[in-house]
Design a protein around this ligand. Sequence first.
Ligand SMILES: NC(=O)c1ccc[n+]([C@@H]2O[C@H](COP(=O)([O-])OP(=O)(O)OC[C@H]3O[C@@H](n4cnc5c(N)ncnc54)[C@H](OP(=O)(O)O)[C@@H]3O)[C@@H](O)[C@H]2O)c1
Length: 311
Amino acid sequence: MKAIQIHQFKSPAEPQYGDVAEPQLNSGEVLIRNRAAGINPIDWKTCSGGGAAPFIGELPFIPGWEFAGEIEQADAESAFKPGDRVLGFIRFPQAAGCFAEKIAAPAAEIAPCPAALDAKTAAALPLAGLTAWQALFDKGNLQAGQRVLILAAAGGVGHLAVQLAKQAGAYVIATASEKNHRFLQQLGADETLDYNSVDISSTVSAIDLVLDGIGGDSGIAALQTLTPGGTLVTLPSVTKDAVIAAGEALGLKVEPIRVEPNAVQLSELAQRCAAGALKLQLANSYPISRTAEAFAESASGHVQGKIVITL
Ligand SMILES: NC(=O)c1ccc[n+]([C@@H]2O[C@H](COP(=O)([O-])OP(=O)(O)OC[C@H]3O[C@@H](n4cnc5c(N)ncnc54)[C@H](OP(=O)(O)O)[C@@H]3O)[C@@H](O)[C@H]2O)c1
């Protein structure tokens, strides 16, 4: 089958397109005929030797953690049967092999794909959608009526978090460049702030929950916006220790996160997306052979929504 492989961790990453053996199924797994896979910052970070690289094991490896496709092979006892359309976020942070024509996926980590969702949209939803969900509700315990500040609101995680927070009854303040403000207002943001021209830490206050999609100095500055007892959930793992230490010094709660596969949450996200209650913004798609270009676009740091590769 055709797949992307990484032979060496290096920056910038060098995803190579070529022929590899099809995956073998272990107990509890199904074989997927893949149609599309989502690109996330963790992909190029890991392939460059950062991110999840310590969990990958031997090289070469096939990157990619999320996909949409059809079941090609499943046990008779499986909840899935050949031909079923599914989507998944699997095995994270271990290698999952989603940038390939076929994937061996743990059946417990995939969900049915509603008929109304096309493969590109479905493939782009799992990682960002589950991160937004788990950050807002599992880590952040967001309640109706609370004020939430979302940093990097126009990105993959952020644009979904804006909508989920709004639907949960929160007051949503979103940071992005001016060009993304209308987009975020259409998604439900109550206020939009341009981080290029506004000092967020002195402009915003009485925040119950910060979803920090930037980390580092931006995450640390955003601590100033929290109400006493508020929480900041920080996404980038590389700066989490610095943000946690700054929170401790101020007596404020900082929660790091590592998104986890969760088929129940994924199914709920897919159903909301299919019903039109959750909009997944697709910025661009590339054929799998052009994964290097997809990585470069993601690494630019200014994607509106998500990028996918297609098979
Ligand atoms: N720990 C975990 O489990 C986990 C899970 C998912 C993601 N993450 C991490 O969380 C971060 C966000 O992920 P993502 O997938 O949403 O990234 P993304 O899609 O690449 O984010 C791109 C967005 O960031 C915005 N942006 C860039 N600099 C900004 C700034 N200084 N202030 C506000 N917005 C800014 C851009 O908006 P403008 O064009 O308007 O600047 C763009 O829309 C990444 O570091 C990712 O690795 C961690």
